[in-house]
Design a protein around this ligand. Structure first.
Ligand SMILES: [Zn+2]
Length: 366
């Protein structure tokens, strides 16, 4: 029998292309290297060959065997790699990447930082107080009378934890950041100037403008000879830094138990420039009789032209007394503002609830 090794080699090459699985490979091995395989057949045929052909055919068979063995090894590795890849797909670096979402500070945190930043540049330091307070710090020390309605359980979250220092009294979630004033004054002597940002709690039903939890920033400055004019100057600078130089300020007499005299601070509406209406809006369907024709009432200030921003006043002598300061030595100014209200005014947000819903579509706008 004549063995055409060239032809066999070509056939082997061709068949190699068709080997895709371990089963294909095994069938290929058996066909050539098995006990009844082609290589065995070639060797078996040697006996019947003329003597001069024997070495040539033997050599050809040996070469063929080592080539086929090499092919099998190579294919084995290829198949194993392919199977591994199917089980654990490798990263395809040609695919376009998925950019990770970059986080940033919450709009309320940004607003707190902005408010505190203005005061820090004016020489104030930022301090924080605990959210769980004593009735003394939250009410009594701040000159809030025992019969004041804000002390009622309907208006304050009392905890099921007795006040360790005051028998018969219970701890509560602070209803304002003002108790921090007491803590700071008990620890430090004047002169002092601090701002205190933080969460406060009131059992209010949640609606577009109320939440059971919101944020305040409290300010306190105590020294000798602090005057109401200092308070006006300080808050005017603050409001202008926050809302722009154009705004006008208005201090309305008000009552707070912990300050005397007290005032509420308004700024002229920065949307309508204090006019109460927006200049010529072709889409305006409704106009007030006193408004210029075609103008639209300003929804930010509710056509008032003024925005209520914060409360303030000169620290009440009873508060100094509760903090343990000597009588008639110091005077001080205090103020407090709601962070959500500032953010709502500044960014035109209509509903307080949206700050706490964690809706990324809202949060990523700021
Ligand atoms: Zn307005």
């Amino acid at each position: 029998m004549n063995w055409n090794f060239q032809e066999i080699q070509e056939r082997v090459e061709e068949e190699t292309q068709g080997i895709l699985s371990a089963q294909d490979l095994e069938a290929f091995r058996i066909k050539y290297l098995g006990r009844k395989g082609m290589i065995q057949e070639i060797f078996a045929s040697l006996a019947g060959l003329p003597d001069e052909q024997k070495p040539l055919v033997g050599k050809g068979a040996n070469e063929l065997r080592s080539r086929i063995t090499a092919v099998i090894e190579k294919k084995k590795t290829e198949i194993r790699e392919k199977e591994n890849q199917a089980r654990h797909p490798l990263m395809d670096i040609t695919l376009p990447g998925v950019a990770p979402l970059a986080g940033h500070r919450h709009i309320l945190t940004q607003t707190i930082d902005e408010i505190c930043g203005v005061f820090e540049r004016l020489g104030f330091t930022v301090q924080e107080g605990p959210e769980i307070e004593t009735e003394f710090n939250n009410f009594t020390a701040l000159n809030i009378a025992v019969d004041h309605p804000s002390r009622d359980a309907f208006d304050t979250f009392y905890l099921d934890k007795p006040d360790p220092k005051n028998k018969g009294r219970y701890l509560l979630l602070r209803s304002h950041t003002s108790p921090a004033q007491i803590r700071i004054m008990q620890k430090h002597k004047p002169p002092l100037a601090v701002v205190v940002p933080g969460r406060v709690y009131r059992p209010d039903a949640v609606d577009a403008s109320h939440s059971f939890m919101f944020h305040q920033v409290e300010g306190l400055l105590v020294d000798r000879h602090v005057k109401f004019s200092d308070l006006k100057g300080l808050l005017t600078v603050f409001c202008k830094r926050l809302f722009g130089d154009k705004i006008k300020m208005r201090f309305r007499p008000h009552f707070f138990p912990f300050t005397e005299p007290s005032a509420e601070v308004d700024i002229s509406c920065y949307i309508c420039d204090g006019k109460g209406w927006l200049v010529h809006s072709p889409s305006a369907k409704m106009s007030l009789p006193r408004d210029p024709k075609g103008s639209k009432g300003c929804s930010v200030c509710g056509r008032k032209g003024w925005l209520e921003i914060m409360g303030c006043g000169m620290v009440h002598p009873h508060v100094f007394e509760a903090a343990g300061y000597p009588q008639n030595r110091y005077t001080g100014l205090a103020f407090g503002l709601g962070v959500e209200r500032i953010a709502m005014l500044k960014y035109g947000v209509q509903d307080i609830r949206i700050f706490f819903e964690n809706d990324v579509r809202f949060l990523e706008q700021f």
